[in-house]
Design a protein around this ligand. Structure first.
Ligand SMILES: Cc1cc2nc3c(=O)[nH]c(=O)nc-3n(C[C@H](O)[C@H](O)[C@H](O)COP(=O)(O)OP(=O)(O)OC[C@H]3O[C@@H](n4cnc5c(N)ncnc54)[C@H](O)[C@@H]3O)c2cc1C
Ligand code: SF4
Length: 329
């Protein structure tokens, strides 16, 4: 049976107390939100924090509001289940609701937070295993070694970002608010992820994601989200896709389309975007756009599914997402 190692559990009663604790214990502490990924990784001996600092004893990070200019602000500690039931999300960003509903199961969504889903560690068949299992192989790059079992001979880790909410928030151009004691920064989510499974995002040591800001145009966009996984009930994505079509002030349309769960970071499909942005959204351009996807995927591993299957899946996902947007009134 997998057991949690010994650790100190700290429950700060306010955001400022939490930031204080994080700065004082920066090399020993790890943030606990819903714990649905963190605790599993601790049981597997992947993370060994001496202190876990919970954001569950205060409500400062749990909210969904709309500013007078139309921007929607979501506290990073908001439970996924609360997003699913929120009228602002249902009305303005149906694709975000769909992405949230695709995460794991009801039980997990009752615990899990949006911030935790965005800071989710990358996953690999050779990494998300118990200590005993991993000991049978040489330590790989993600845990400090210098080899990769998934793609031998490569110079970096290819573990996969399997977050279901990251692609839609990228397509929507969301902004992340990141806080440390005495310091706050605003980072477009489009710059947050890195295509390196061992260093998958730009979160600094003990920096806290506090808020996700959706742009004021969010309610006027047409959006789509589709996830394909082996099991419907509870499973990580084999591939997911999110798209957002927005009208700018000149009446021109611009498309953002992001493919998730195939690389270490969700991937903008720029050639697809270019075809649609230049030639409009028609059956013909959708066909042309979906044909270009294969050439945009770059290196793919056989992690979780074969690379050939992933290429086929990416093409299908693009087609379905674009058809879904085209058919919206
Ligand atoms: C059986 C199972 C199935 C799953 N299926 C899916 C799935 O289909 N799709 C999917 O996307 N995920 C899935 N997950 C993973 C996980 O449950 C979700 O991603 C969940 O949203 C994580 O949120 P959490 O609040 O529980 O994060 P936690 O586990 O608390 O934290 C995750 C990581 O983020 C860090 N963190 C959390 N909050 C913050 C913050 N505010 N600022 C900075 N760092 C932070 C933590 O330190 C930790 O490193 C699954 C997990 C399990 C166990
Ligand atoms: S992709 Fe390679 S380096 Fe990364 S976790 Fe998997 S085996 Fe390790």
């Amino acid at each position: 049976m997998l057991r949690l190692p010994k650790f100190k559990h700290v429950n700060p009663s306010s955001l400022s107390e939490m930031l204080d604790i994080l700065v004082k214990n920066c090399h020993e502490a790890q943030i606990l939100a819903g714990g649905t990924d963190l605790l599993v990784n601790m049981k597997n001996g992947i993370y060994k924090p001496k202190i876990i600092v919970s954001l569950n004893a205060f409500s400062d990070l749990s909210y969904i509001t709309k500013t007078p200019d139309g921007s929607i602000r979501i506290g990073a500690g908001t439970k996924l289940v609360d997003l699913l039931e929120n009228p602002l999300i249902i009305k303005n960003v149906p694709a975000l609701k769909k992405a949230v509903a695709a995460v794991a199961s009801w039980h997990i969504r009752n615990m899990a937070t949006l911030g935790g889903n965005l800071c989710l560690d990358t996953r690999c068949h050779y990494y998300n295993q118990s200590t005993v299992w991993r000991k049978t192989r040489e330590t790989c790059r993600k845990l400090g070694g210098d080899i990769c079992h998934a793609l031998p001979g490569t110079k970096r880790c290819h573990a996969i970002n399997r977050s279901d909410t990251a692609p839609i928030l990228m397509a929507l151009d969301a902004i992340l608010v990141l806080k440390k004691k005495g310091h706050e920064r605003f980072l477009p989510i489009n710059r947050f992820y890195q295509d390196d499974g061992a260093a998958p995002n730009l979160l600094e040591l003990n920096e806290l994601l506090t808020e996700i800001q959706l742009p004021k145009t969010v309610g006027t966009c047409k959006t789509a989200f589709i996830k394909i996984s082996k099991r419907k009930g509870i499973d990580f994505a084999a591939g997911n896709i999110a798209a957002c079509l927005r009208k700018n002030n000149n009446g021109e349309f611009s498309l953002k389309i992001v493919l998730g769960a195939m690389h270490s970071a969700p991937l903008f499909l720029e050639k697809t975007e270019q075809i649609i942005n230049e030639s409009g959204l028609t059956e013909k351009t959708i066909e042309a756009a979906s044909m270009t996807v294969r050439s945009e995927l770059g290196t793919l591993t056989n992690l979780f599914n074969s690379s050939g299957y992933k290429r086929d899946l990416a093409q299908t996902l693009v087609k379905r997402a674009l058809v879904s947007i085209m058919n919206q009134p």
